[in-house]
Design a protein around this ligand. Sequence first.
Ligand code: ZN
Ligand code: ZN
Length: 259
Amino acid sequence: MYIDSHCHINFPELAARMPEILAKMAENQVTHALCVSVDLPDFPQVLALARQYPHIYASVGVHPDYEDTPEPSVEQLVQLADDPKIIAIGETGLDYFRLEGDLEWQRERFRTHIKASRLTRKPLIIHTRSASEDTIRIMREEGAGTEAGGVAGVMHCFTESLEVARAAIEMGFYISFSGIVTFKSAKDLQAVALELPLERILIETDSPYLAPVPFRGRMNEPGFVAHVGEYIAKLKGVSVEQVAEQTTANFRTLFNVPA
Ligand SMILES: [Zn+2]
Ligand SMILES: [Zn+2]
């Protein structure tokens, strides 16, 4: 049994195919998926999906790539997170790859999410791209980690170095691998996955993006997370069952959702 720790099934191309998506999840033994918010206008839809389907959890947050969108306040995030199906704050973080110029607003928005995570005691879903130094620095400054009184979270769709992964793990974070890890070109990332203990790893699709091999280039969906799990099992030389069980247990521990 797998859990997809990060997907965007509220995006129209997936939301229109919900029955099919749930069937594919069942077929691949994917019991649950976490539908991650990217902005406030879409949040009601995300929450509605989580309320409608027992297999779907959700988060609340505003993605760092969304520039022209209502800015969340700490109070607003805390209030919107007050629902049993909202199990995380995010996705949040920094992205210096997609956007350029003065990105102080991204860092401020990231700090707002960390404050909301500390207040709600719900873990963070962190997106970081070409910004790992500032990401780790702000996580430390705002006390995101368990050692600083935070509740930690997950570094999602991880593509950074082993050093960055270890810095995050030291703060109590988990590292989540997407279909990228299955790509032939991802040798460095595969080396990172090989080094990290299975006890700190989550798996995700980030669907509709980033379909894993053998579906690369097609529209991704939560059922395909099984292929990420299978790849990690092969990479680490352990059984598929072990990866499925451990990543599922990790998800349940981090997000505080009993089986
Ligand atoms: Zn992301
Ligand atoms: Zn995402």
